[in-house]
Design a protein around this ligand. Structure first.
Ligand SMILES: [Zn+2]
Length: 81
């Protein structure tokens, strides 16, 4: 049976996808890459579900925002593999 999400909540994603999460004891959301348990700012570990939305949330870690922006800029430029 497919998992039902509560109304009003954006779709939660699994560990295999990248997105924002709140590690235990963290007041801020940190960004985690797919299959990566360390946050972009390298300060937090988390292996649970992430949400790839809320990029503009005030709860997001400033360090992760910076690194995510830099990463996306690089991707937009089309870095060759
Ligand atoms: Zn962070």
């Amino acid at each position: 049976m497919p998992k039902r999400l509560p109304p009003g909540r954006s779709e939660a994603v699994s560990q295999e996808q990248q997105g924002w999460s709140f590690p235990a004891n963290s007041k801020k959301a940190h960004y985690f890459l797919a299959n990566e348990i360390r946050s972009l700012c390298m300060k937090w570990m988390y292996a649970g579900e992430r949400e790839d939305s809320k990029d503009d949330s005030l709860d997001n870690c400033k360090d992760c925002i910076k690194r995510l922006a830099a990463m996306r800029k690089k991707q937009a430029k089309g870095v060759k593999p």
